[in-house]
Design a protein around this ligand. Structure first.
Ligand SMILES: [Zn+2]
Ligand SMILES: [Zn+2]
Length: 255
C-alpha cells in the first residue's frame, strides 16, 4: 500500500478506535505505543547473557555464571553447562513479570492483534544477528481446537510480521500440535516435559517443500518458561533434518 493511503487508513481507524496502550488499555496518542507508566515497568533483557539460552546475568548474579568465558569470550549459564537444551540458542526481549504478562495476556486473549507490530519489533531486536542466517521462521503451533476458540495463533501473527520485516519466509503449517495439551501453568518442569513430549509433529511433505534438511530455523513463541514446549518443537524439527534452531520469544522467565 502506498504510504499516504496507509496513513489515511490508520487515521480513519484511529478516529473510530483510538490506539490503546498494550500494558493498561489506556488511550495513547500514537499507534502501537506504550504509555509512559507501562514503559517504565518493562524490563528489557540486555547483555551479558548466556550464549546458549539467553539467560541474563545481572550484576549480583555471578553465582549463576557457569564458568569462565572460553577463548571466544562466550559464557554459558550453570544450567546450560550442566545440560544443553534441545534448541541451539534462545533469546527473549523482556523478563516475564507482571508487566510483560499484561501485554501477552491482552495479545493472546483480548483480541489485541493490533499489538503485533510492537511485540514483533521487540522480538526482532532480541534476535539481532540471528535473522541474517535464518532459512525459515516457524511459530509454535496451537492445537486446531484451541485455534478455533481463540481465532488466531498469536505466535503466527508474530511470525508473519517478522517475516515481512526480515525477508525470511515463514510457515505456520510445517509444525503441528497433534495433541491438545493442558495449560502448563502451575505445572513443574518434569510435568511440563511429560505433557508436551511428542505433542508436535512435522508435516513431512511441507518440510520437503521448505527444504528443512540442513536448514536453520527460528522458532517464535510468546514466553519461554522452562523450555519444555520449545524443546518438544525443536526435537520434532530436528528429527526432520533441521540443523539449527533458535528460539526467540517476547518474554522469558528469569529465576
Ligand atoms: Zn499503559
Ligand atoms: Zn544458558
Amino acid at each position: 500500500m502506498i504510504e499516504w493511503v496507509r496513513t489515511v487508513a490508520t487515521m480513519g481507524v484511529n478516529a473510530i478506535l483510538p490506539p490503546r496502550c498494550g500494558g493498561c488499555d489506556d488511550v495513547t496518542d500514537t499507534t502501537h505505543a506504550v504509555c509512559a507508566a507501562c514503559w517504565a515497568g518493562l524490563r528489557f533483557i540486555t547483555a551479558p547473557l548466556c550464549v546458549c539460552c539467553g539467560y541474563p546475568f545481572e550484576l549480583d548474579d555471578s553465582a549463576n555464571i557457569g564458568g569462565d568465558p572460553d577463548e571466544s569470550g562466550q559464557i554459558l549459564c550453570g544450567n546450560c553447562l550442566q545440560k544443553k537444551p534441545a534448541f541451539d540458542q534462545a533469546r527473549a526481549a523482556l523478563v516475564y513479570d507482571d508487566h510483560s504478562r499484561e501485554y501477552l495476556l491482552r495479545f493472546k486473549h483480548a483480541d489485541r492483534g493490533d499489538l503485533t507490530p510492537l511485540l514483533a519489533r521487540w522480538v526482532y531486536q532480541a534476535g539481532r544477528g540471528i535473522w541474517d542466517q535464518a532459512d525459515l521462521i516457524v511459530p509454535v503451533p496451537l492445537h486446531r481446537r484451541r485455534l478455533l476458540k481463540r481465532r488466531y495463533n498469536q505466535s503466527g501473527l508474530l511470525a508473519a510480521k517478522l517475516s515481512r520485516v526480515t525477508g525470511v519466509p515463514w510457515d505456520g503449517l510445517v509444525l503441528a500440535r497433534q495433541r491438545n495439551t493442558r495449560s502448563l501453568g502451575g505445572l513443574g518442569p518434569s510435568s511440563r516435559k511429560r505433557e508436551v513430549g511428542g505433542a508436535f509433529v512435522v508435516d513431512e511433505a511441507r518440510a520437503q517443500k521448505r527444504n528443512l534438511a540442513g536448514a536453520r530455523v527460528v522458532l517464535v513463541d510468546d514466553v519461554l518458561t522452562t523450555g519444555a514446549t520449545a524443546n518438544a518443537c525443536v526435537r520434532a524439527l530436528k528429527q526432520s533434518g533441521v540443523m539449527h534452531v533458535s528460539v526467540i520469544t517476547v518474554a522469558r522467565v528469569v529465576r
